[in-house]
Write a protein that binds this ligand. Structure first.
Ligand SMILES: Cc1ncc(COP(=O)(O)O)c(C=O)c1O
Length: 427
């Protein structure tokens, strides 16, 4: 199908004049999509589908970067938000909703004895780091994965522009699944916290998560699981429930409000109680629409087989895509990593075609087939049997074209758009 992106492109030009990158999120910006061959702005969503400003329809495999766990316009979440809207959004005192949601999280998340709320994932991870520093009286932190935009973390990546060197020096990156590397740094210096995504693309080696639990305990380091992606996807109680290893603190965000802006820091009472004194405070921390949305979303996840379905549809999709990859002899350039609710596409180069050229081509072709794809399968509860068939068929056409382009040696020349540049690589 021939898609026009005329309005998108026009709007992009205008937006770039007054909004840097024309987006509030790097991964949603024009920098991450094939220029001229992708929508730049979305107008609305329903279930598993979105419509761009030119009226093109897509099956959305991005789902608001995993914030939309139930699907767009979910009736239960909408009802809760609308009921709350008629009562008020931001009050002058806390509302009962805070207690209700905190109680739900304490019930379902293994490490959660106390809970505080923020507006996004970075609020929750940053609160965890400040808490850990206050609790241990130590400054340095060890990190593994992606943890948000704040200085203490982003200073450790290639996107550290604007972060002072003394702040950068306090954060140490540790490779995943490498117990020895962690042991080496924890033995050499004292660390306030080790924060990690309990899993992203690699499965934890047997004993790894148990090993870091023991090591952090024996060195007095706070163990923080960043469950902003794994939470409300792997299991209702997150990766800590799924893998059976309980951290001291944990951060949640993304899927907990089905797209409403909410995050949570949860953990052991002994550490969380310090928030009586340390400053984690904001005008909108108890904003009621997001709390109501999150209560409705989590209740639905408890009532209906939401997580089970993320696994089953995600698993069927990755199995089918892996078959298409094999049938086209593309195993050397494309593979799927991670667990079924969140499979990450891993790209490699072939000859003088780079990994990012492969990614750009795949995104472009999938979008042309009506599938909005970034670089992972972010499953939502709204994904249907029909969506499965359509996405697999889009992959068949896309990977057939990729194989022919690679064989002809003309892939990049015929692509018609520049190769996408990576933001930075932490996964
Ligand atoms: C694992 C992880 N931690 C933290 C964050 C930061 O969350 P937010 O963008 O909501 O601040 C993200 C966002 O992508 C994430 O994936």
């Amino acid at each position: 199908m021939n898609r026009s992106f005329e309005k998108s492109n026009k709007m992009l030009g205008r937006a770039l004049e007054i909004i840097p990158t024309a987006s509030q999120t790097f991964s949603k910006s024009h920098l991450q999509y094939p220029k001229g061959h992708a929508p730049m702005f979305i107008e609305r969503g329903l279930g598993s589908r979105v419509w761009d400003v030119d009226g093109n329809e897509y099956i959305d495999m991005v789902n608001g970067l995993m914030a939309v766990s139930l699907g767009y316009n979910d009736p239960d979440v909408n009802r809760a938000v609308m009921e709350q809207l008629s009562k008020g959004i931001c009050f002058s005192l806390p509302s009962e909703l805070e207690y209700e949601l905190a109680q739900l999280l304490v019930e379902i998340i293994p490490c959660a004895e106390m809970v505080r709320f923020g507006k996004n994932g970075s609020d929750a991870t940053s609160a965890a780091i400040r808490l850990s520093r206050a609790y241990t009286g130590r400054d340095k932190v060890a990190v593994c994965g992606y943890h948000g935009w704040q200085d203490w973390y982003i200073g450790s990546t290639a996107r550290h522009l604007g972060v002072p060197q003394p702040v950068r020096a306090l954060t140490q990156t540790v490779p995943y699944n490498d117990l020895e590397a962690l042991e080496n740094i924890l033995k050499t210096e004292t660390y306030a916290a080790f924060i990690l995504e309990p899993m992203n693309v690699e499965l934890p080696r047997p004993g790894y998560l148990e090993g870091i639990r023991k090591l952090t305990e024996s060195t007095g380091t706070v163990l923080v699981f960043d469950e902003i992606v794994t939470g409300f996807h792997y299991a209702l109680g997150g990766a800590q429930e799924y893998f059976g290893v309980t951290p001291d603190l944990s951060s949640f965000g993304k899927g907990m409000g089905n797209g409403m802006p909410i995050g949570a820091i949860v953990g052991k009472k002994e550490i969380m109680k310090l928030q009586d004194d340390i400053f984690f405070s904001g005008t909108f921390g108890g904003e009621a629409l997001s709390l109501a949305a999150s209560i409705a979303a989590i209740k639905k996840m408890k009532r209906e087989p939401v997580i089970k379905q993320l696994w089953s549809f995600g698993g069927r999709l990755s199995a089918a895509v892996e078959k298409v990859i094999a049938a086209n002899g593309l195993g050397d350039v494309l593979s799927l990593k991670g667990l079924d609710p969140w499979k990450v596409l891993s790209f490699s180069g072939r000859g003088d075609v780079s990994a990012m050229a492969v990614r750009t081509f795949i995104q472009k072709e999938m979008i042309a087939q009506g599938v909005l794809l970034l670089s992972s399968h972010n499953m939502s509860y709204a994904f249907t049997e029909g969506d499965h068939v359509a996405v697999v068929s889009a992959y068949e056409k896309t990977l057939d074209a990729l194989a022919s382009g690679l064989k002809r040696g003309t892939l990049v020349a015929e692509m018609g758009c520049p190769v996408i540049e990576p933001i930075f690589k932490v996964r």
